[in-house]
Every structure is written in structure tokens, then in C-alpha cells.
Design a protein around this ligand. Structure first.
Ligand code: GTP
Ligand code: MG
Length: 195
């Protein structure tokens, strides 16, 4: 995708109603701090339009980024943010749930997993939730640059096994630092959005 213009179109909070949109969209889910906003910045070729932070819990709304007026990249709040109150966690959970159930334009959900760790119970729940809503999630294994090359194959296997992926399920290792995997992710997005 040649990025000509990007902008933050819609911010959906816990009390917002579902936005009425017409452009196809893909969404990025994953635990807090896994690198969702960093991936979206890389996809948009921007340093910090999507706000990132080393502190988990940075993204607290559902943010729709308009790409070239042809599609939206949707940044979801992270789950499993230990410091959030139970009430806040429940609200975010319901917001994400509502979005997954109600979005009319959602073409695919990407689930981000830190390549260094086996998927957590929350990751598995999220995976099942996405499947339950009728999507076959594409897995993005983030922070690839943190691994030695010799560790990659084994780590990918641990992620695939942890989520019970089938052979045909797509897993793309990605680094926001080196941009490894970026092309493949864009190609996948374009094919799901039929661009
Ligand atoms: P929430 O908004 O809290 O859900 O987090 P998020 O998933 O949007 O994570 P974010 O993109 O804010 O990144 C969290 C931290 O991880 C930041 O300090 C990023 O710089 C770092 N990070 C993200 N991706 C990578 C990566 O590929 N490699 C390395 N080394 N660091 C990364
Ligand atoms: Mg974020």
C-alpha cells in the first residue's frame, strides 16, 4: 500500500455508539503492551500518530485510522492490563466485545502475540472470542527483534501450539523496529479488504 494520507477518523469510547462507517476495516487485538499501536504506526509509515507507550494500557478507546480514504485500521485497547480496576477492565472488555459483534465493515481481526512468550489464558480467550464472532484470526508474532535468529522457529512453534493453530492458519513474525513482516501484513490486509 502506498500511503498518501492517514488520519484518526473516529474515536469510540465506552459510552459511544457504534460508528456508522462505510469503508472496509481490519482490527488489531492483543494484550496490553504487545505492540498494536506500534504496528499501526508502521503500517501507516508514521512515527507516532497512534500513541504508544512502554506503560501498558495506553490505548483506552477504539481508534479508527483512515488510510487513503479507502479503509480503516482499527486500534483496540489491550486486555490483561493488570493495573486497571476491575470496573475499567470490564468496560473495555464489553466495548471490544460489542465492536466485534456489531461492526458491519470488519473484514478481519489480527491477533498480536509477543513472540517471546507462550500465549496466555487471556490470549486463548481472545482467540476463541474472535473465532466465535466468525473470523479466522491472523496471528502477528510481535517484537521479533528481541529474539536471536536461532530462537525464532522454536518460538513460532510455541505460539502456534499454544493457540492450537492449524497448518493453514497464518502467522506473521513482525518487528516494529526492523519492519520485518510489514509487507506481508499489508498484503494480507489488502486481500481481506479487497483493495
Ligand atoms: P496498549 O495500547 O497498552 O494496549 O499497548 P499496545 O499493544 O498498543 O503497545 P505499544 O504499541 O504502545 O507498544 C508497547 C511498547 O512495546 C512500546 O514501548 C513499544 O516501543 C514497544 N514495542 C512495540 N513493538 C515493538 C517491536 O516490534 N520491537 C520492540 N523492541 N519493541 C516494540
Ligand atoms: Mg496501544
Amino acid at each position: 500500500m502506498v500511503i498518501r494520507n492517514v488520519s484518526l477518523d473516529i474515536v469510540m469510547g465506552v459510552t459511544s455508539s457504534m460508528p456508522q462507517t462505510t469503508l472496509p476495516e481490519v482490527a488489531f487485538a492483543g494484550k496490553s503492551n504487545v505492540g498494536k499501536s506500534s504496528l499501526i504506526n508502521a503500517l501507516m509509515n508514521r512515527k507516532s500518530l497512534a500513541r504508544t507507550s512502554s506503560q501498558p494500557g495506553k490505548t483506552q478507546t477504539i481508534n479508527f485510522y483512515n488510510i487513503n480514504d479507502v479503509m480503516h485500521l482499527v486500534d483496540l485497547p489491550g486486555y490483561g492490563y493488570a493495573n486497571a480496576s476491575e470496573e475499567v477492565k470490564a468496560k473495555w472488555g464489553r466495548m471490544i466485545e460489542r465492536y466485534l459483534q456489531k461492526s458491519q465493515q470488519l473484514k478481519q481481526v489480527f491477533l498480536l502475540i509477543d513472540i517471546r512468550h507462550a500465549p496466555s489464558a487471556n490470549d486463548k480467550l481472545m482467540y476463541d472470542w474472535i473465532v466465535h464472532n466468525g473470523y479466522r484470526p491472523v496471528i502477528i508474532a510481535t517484537k521479533l527483534d528481541k529474539l536471536k535468529r536461532s530462537q525464532v522457529a522454536k518460538s513460532v512453534k510455541i505460539v502456534r501450539e499454544g493457540l492450537n493453530l492449524e497448518k493453514e492458519d497464518i502467522l506473521i513474525p513482525f518487528s516494529a523496529q526492523t519492519k520485518h513482516g510489514l509487507e506481508q501484513i499489508w498484503e494480507t490486509i489488502e486481500s481481506f479488504c479487497e483493495l
